[in-house]
Design a protein around this ligand. Sequence first.
Ligand code: PLP
Length: 407
Amino acid sequence: MTRYRRTPEEHPVITEPVAALAGTLADDGLPAYVYDLGRLAEHAAAVRAALPAGVELYYAAKANPAAEILRALAPHVTGYEVASGGELAHVRGTAPELPLAFGGPGKTEAELRLALDLGVHRFHVESESELRLLAALAAERPDRAPAEVLLRVNLPAGDRSLDGAALAMGGRPSPFGLDPERLTACLPLCAGPALRLRGIHAHLASGLDAAAQLALAERITGWARDLADRHRLPLDEVNLGGGMHVDYRRPGSRFDWAGYGTGLAELADRHPGLTLRVEPGRALTAYCGWYVTEVLDVRHSGGEAFAVLRGGTHHLRTPAAKQHDHPFTVLPREHWDRPWPRPGIHGEPVTLAGQLCTPKDVLARRVPVPRLRAGDRIAFALAGAYAWNISHHSFLMHPAPAFYYLG
Ligand SMILES: *Cc1c(COP(=O)(O)O)cnc(C)c1O
């Protein structure tokens, strides 16, 4: 049985300004990434409002570091989390007024020097060797304030708390962060004048719902508190990481920020004096972007329908990376001026493929559509995060998409 009806939450959403622009672009002006900055600001304001006032909200720039996006977020976030020297220089240049946290598993000496030069707010240190290097570099600048450090911990899962995660960075052996015993061994290294230990950072998984995020927040904070008590250290801050779930099967749904905020408020009440910080990427920017393109051809093979699109996963790698059917909206076009019949399908499942010469260039598989014809347009939703910037642009040398930032 083919199901043509979708629930409202499943139904892909497209905003008015994006649909309007998509209708005016010429065929060879496609594909295009279209961002609705008004929608982004509204969403970010709602996220900020759902979190307790004392909880700091950093944006993980790797989700989408476009300058327009960073600037649209600036009024709603406390700062940005950057994970390379490139992001550091770019974000500092784009939004110089906001603090930066510098993370990432493999920081080079040059990157650490740059971060010290730029005066980043927090260093998220991931190993003993990195801590020693940072201490040595910071000690070369005795006239400057100490480097402010959060030690990144990889807490063992110990239960099934990370089972629902789309990506697990921790809770099992991984190159990210310090095992608890190693972290304890690092504490004496933070005692010198060049460093100041402010607390703990943990980003253990991505794709967790609010209940799972809160359970994790409890564990991380409880563990950090025990550690501080055992070693008689002050504990100023716990950074709980990002990883708030984005549901690509239900593009109208949102992470339960209100429930999460309520839970964080209770957690904060139990730890007076402790600053909690979160650093989401995907769940802030995914909803503000669309990848808009054109159907070049519709054909059948072995009884199945395929639509070949202008562009493909070299522009939007998200469905290939996450192995999902990317949600989309069909924008019908009545115009067809070729002197032969228009290729198309009615009420059939269709696989949307791109222009690359590889069977992996698929954006959605066997998705039922009421109608799809060559010349129609497709707008892929949830393309505002981990989309263009994670894609393999130069493969096959197709032209780059156009970029529009609306609002
Ligand atoms: C990628 C990353 C984030 C953001 O993750 P999302 O799943 O995009 O929310 C936050 N913190 C760290 C350390 C990361 O590596």
